[in-house]
Design a protein around this ligand. Structure first.
Ligand code: SAM
Length: 473
């Protein structure tokens, strides 16, 4: 309605007591035309985590709380370092899209007259961003084994080291005089990576060529994946959005960032009562993603986007367990697996994605179940046909939704057994058993943040697996 985007020009009612970095930042936002509404306040008080934003008056749905003009987005194209980044861009983005923004952040945060000084001064200090990648390896194992966060952390740490020595350090060494090289070390780079992980945003890929304003919903830092003309993955580069990154996330959010031609706008998605915290959405994200990228997770059942990623080889393990006799059955299972890999139906480190309503990637999972549950003559015919024989049925749109919890009872018994066992085997992989997780939850509120959020992550996943097991019974 008319209320939408009627941004209030008055400066927000910020706590008068806090005359420090926050006030300087708010003043900077005011000077830069953020049009921050007086119906909100930014503070540490009452927020679910460090800083947050609250309503100080009732706010209608569709109301613009503030805007962020595109000229103040902290990204390479708005920084003078761009001249040095541009010629190197294809090399710098050969493995991921983050390096140009990280270089820009390192440059601007070491520049006393940077346009973003008031923003960067308020950036969280090193202890505040407590991502699992900063934990001791033993602690990650103890609290997060089986959740997938453990594996993500391992991948990140390797990538950070390689990117730092192959790209970041050589970049600044070649760009003599742009930055004091003493300021650049692996530890400071890692901190910057964490800042980008937990605070950056990614604009949604605009697929239409229309020139009209794109008010698409963005995702906080979760790079939208697309494909280039060669079928390679292409991701949009992330950017820092001052003020928008002050907002915390919950699945049942009440505001979202929209992307316009001149400015990004934080718009309420429902009416908000005085005193409520304003929550943005970082995307439709699982606890695995939240824990990995932001260091927190939501307690079950709040995160309706939660999923658990179960390595597909657990289906192989399940099939092997069922093979009996003189080894012929075991050989048959191995041969089926080889075929699935050869046909590129799966690759070794694929995962079965299990969500609230059942298996999300049911097309792949169903093909694996079909092959693994074939008897030897069905399998022989399948191989001779170099793919699906008529009666084994093609993997097609018909398979859509077949692995929804509501439909699983209709599967062949052998397929249900495999799914059930896959779930049971994965449950055994968690550091803490389901029973112990449930017990620990009773005192979750008094646990240190790391343990509490890790517990929410494991518990949410274990609940999804239990549901699957029940559906297969
Ligand atoms: N609270 C942040 C601050 O003070 O700078 C602003 C949000 S920042 C974009 C993202 C970080 O906020 C996360 O890494 C996490 O530490 C925290 N956060 C956001 N939503 C949260 C939630 N629902 N529960 C706990 N922590 C949350």
């Amino acid at each position: 309605g008319d209320e939408a985007y009627s941004c209030n020009k008055k400066l927000a009612g910020i706590e008068v007591s806090n005359r420090g970095a926050l006030n300087l930042f708010i003043a900077w936002c005011h000077e830069n035309n953020f049009q921050l509404s007086s119906k909100v306040t930014v503070s540490r008080t009452g927020s679910c985590a460090q800083y947050g934003m609250h309503a100080v008056e009732d706010i209608a749905a569709g109301y613009c709380i503030f805007q962020v003009p595109r000229s103040v987005l902290l990204m390479p194209s708005n920084s003078s370092i761009e001249n040095l980044i541009k010629p190197e861009n294809s090399k710098l983005t050969s493995t991921n899209q983050w390096i140009p923004l990280l270089l820009t952040l390192l440059y601007e945060s070491n520049k006393p007259d940077s346009k973003w000084v008031p923003y960067l001064a308020l950036a969280p200090d090193s202890e505040a961003i407590d991502l699992p990648m900063f934990w001791e390896k033993t602690e990650v194992e103890k609290l997060l084994k089986g959740t997938g966060v453990d594996k993500a952390v391992e991948r990140d740490l390797k990538m950070i080291e390689v990117d730092f020595s192959h790209l970041v350090l050589p970049f600044f060494q070649n760009a003599e005089g742009t930055i004091r090289t003493e300021a650049i070390n692996l530890e400071s780079f890692k901190r910057m990576v964490a800042f980008v992980m937990a605070y950056s945003f990614t604009e949604p890929a605009c697929k239409s060529t229309s020139t009209s304003e794109n008010n698409g919903e963005g995702e906080q830092n979760d790079s939208d994946e697309d494909e280039d003309e060669n079928g390679n993955e292409k991701t949009l580069p992330p950017m820092m959005v001052p003020m928008a990154d002050m907002l915390n996330h919950i699945t049942k959010h009440n505001a979202k960032l929209t992307f316009g031609t001149e400015a990004l706008k934080m718009v309420t998605t429902r009416a908000i009562k005085k005193g409520e915290e304003i929550f943005n959405t970082y995307g439709q994200v699982s606890n695995l993603h939240l824990m990995h990228m932001y260091g927190f997770a939501e307690p079950y059942p709040n995160n309706t986007n939660d999923v658990v990623e179960i390595p597909v080889h657990r289906l192989l393990d399940a099939a092997k367990e069922r093979a009996s006799g003189d080894g012929t059955e075991l050989k048959l299972v191995d041969s089926k697996w080889e075929t699935l890999l050869k046909q590129e139906i799966i690759v070794e480190d694929d995962v079965v994605v299990l969500g609230r309503d059942g298996i999300v990637n049911d097309d792949i999972c169903m093909q694996v179940l079909k092959v693994l549950s074939m008897n030897s003559s069905e399998y022989k015919a399948y191989v001779e046909n170099e793919g699906w024989s008529d009666d084994a049925s093609e993997a097609s749109d018909e398979d859509d939704g077949v692995l929804d919890l509501a439909h699983i009872s209709q599967l062949r018994d052998a397929q249900k057994m495999l799914l059930k066992r896959m779930g049971e085997l994965h449950l055994q992989d968690y550091a803490v058993s389901f029973e112990d997780t449930v017990k620990k939850l009773e005192a979750a509120a008094s646990l240190p943040a790391r343990e509490r959020f890790a517990l929410y992550t494991s518990h949410g996943q274990q609940m999804l697996i239990k549901q699957l097991i029940n559906a297969c019974a």
